[in-house]
Design a protein around this ligand. Structure first.
Ligand code: TMP
Length: 225
């Protein structure tokens, strides 16, 4: 039997006096550097800034996540996504919400939008058609974990071509992480393109090419705080 299902989702706005800003992008897009620059920018404006990141690099879950990402511990990527989710809940409760309540600026390197893009890849193995119900169910099943979360006041998606990201990743000295792979990142770019079109009121696309300073300027020019 076929059923037709349709519904609206109301994303939860930030009800606190602090500001929540997230930087998103594929691996190698420069988002960690830009999150750092944004934090510096707000500090020069006299704000108290809390820098968050998802996934966290330390802590009960963070330690395991980093081992899996760095290939020191084996785990299916589907189960890894649930660890990201657990750590995200803890980070919201312990770091983000208290900071927003105090009135601080939270600058986060990734947020739950990453879970959708990377989660689509892990749950479908990259085999999907955007128009199929199965694809939408995968998206909404992930979103259902977060639609009661606070959506960032600003999400900046740093868009860069695949080749540019790959060449940046190859310059790293460290071992390549599990998602730092050309075919996976090709799919992740597709996912971000779909996401930023679907949630166009939430996600601001920033050209991530050019010098660090140029990209920072582009981001700051979109802020009205
Ligand atoms: P990072 O490179 O920003 O530290 O993120 C680590 C990797 O984890 C990156 O390849 C993206 C991936 N990731 C997910 O797959 N799902 C998630 O929910 C998050 C936050 C990150």
């Amino acid at each position: 039997m076929k059923y037709h299902v349709e519904f609206d989702i109301d994303l939860k706005k930030n009800p606190y006096k602090g500001k929540y800003i997230a930087v998103e992008g594929i691996d190698g897009s420069g988002k960690t550097t830009q999150a750092e620059k944004l934090a510096e920018y707000f500090r020069t404006k006299g704000k108290t800034v809390i820098q968050a990141r998802e996934p966290r690099k330390t802590g009960v879950i963070g330690d395991i996540v980093q081992k899996v990402l760095n290939r020191k511990l084996k785990m299916s990527t589907l189960s890894l996504q649930y660890l990201f989710a657990t750590d995200r809940v803890l980070s919201q409760e312990e770091v983000i919400i208290p900071a927003l309540k105090r009135g601080d600026v939270v600058v986060s390197d990734r947020c739950f939008w990453s879970a959708i893009v990377y989660g689509i890849l892990d749950r479908t193995g990259g085999q999907y058609n955007y128009k199929e119900a199965d694809f939408m169910l995968v998206v909404y099943s992930i979103l259902s974990m977060y639609h009661r979360f606070i959506v960032p006041d600003y999400t900046f998606y740093l868009k860069i071509p695949l080749e540019a990201a790959i060449s940046r990743i190859r310059k790293k000295d460290d071992i390549l992480e599990i998602y730092e792979d050309k075919e996976k990142l090709r799919k992740v770019i597709e996912g971000y393109n779909w996401l930023s079109t679907k949630f166009d009121k939430e996600i601001i696309i920033i050209n991530g090419e050019g010098s660090v300073e140029e990209v920072t300027k582009r981001i700051i020019s979109r802020l009205s705080l």
